[in-house]
Design a protein around this ligand. Sequence first.
Ligand code: FMN
Length: 229
Amino acid sequence: MSDLSNARRTDYTSDGIDAATLIGTPWAQISHWVSEAIAVAETTPGMAEPTAVSVATVDADGAPNVRVVLARFLDDRGPGFVSSLHSIKAAEIAANARIAMGYAWPGLFRAIRFRGQAERIGADELETYWRTRPYGSQIAASASLQSHPISSRAELEEQFASWAARYPDDGTETAVPMPEDFCGWRLVPDEVEFWAGRPSRLHDRIVCTRVGSGTLDDAASWAITRRQP
Ligand SMILES: Cc1cc2nc3c(=O)[nH]c(=O)nc-3n(C[C@H](O)[C@H](O)[C@H](O)COP(=O)(O)O)c2cc1C
């Protein structure tokens, strides 16, 4: 697998995007593309997790870090995700709240990229989300000290079993209390880029740059430019 030069080359044939076809506001365009990705994924077996995003942070030395999470929140303030305060990303965001995030839907020849400031998701919003998690996912989040080492899979499963014994599944959404280290962040963007793959790699890139303090749904708060592919 060391030589990828013969990997199949795909010509990208999206409808493209340009400042004139940007639907209304950055938010309208984001919600349109994310909704389409979710709808297409429902009927496309190979296209799993259309809400998966890469989240980039930097560590204390300024070295970049990246990992995939699911965007569990999305509104005109920006996309958000949940995680653990024990995680490496939590430590990195606490030291430097500037983060970046990217959706990529290669099958649709589309991507959206965000850069901005991470803000903690409020307790009520977080609790509402927590209650939608299946029982097993609530136990796993409670039992795992995310990003910390553990000696074996068996020890991890013992931790899971011990939390499950402590909070048995009573069939209600409040069977497992939200752990104190459960947390979430929203990326409040100051730059959003829409990328649409076009034939011969002559792609479209439309960039929205914050020029005001409004939300993604406030057209006056965003300047639109086209970048070369
Ligand atoms: C498809 C997918 C979805 C994921 N969703 C989440 C998530 O929503 N939250 C999370 O903390 N980690 C999620 N992970 C795991 C992260 O990629 C990562 O391993 C974990 O958050 C620890 O990252 P850190 O050590 O940099 O903090 C997901 C991984 C994949 C591949």
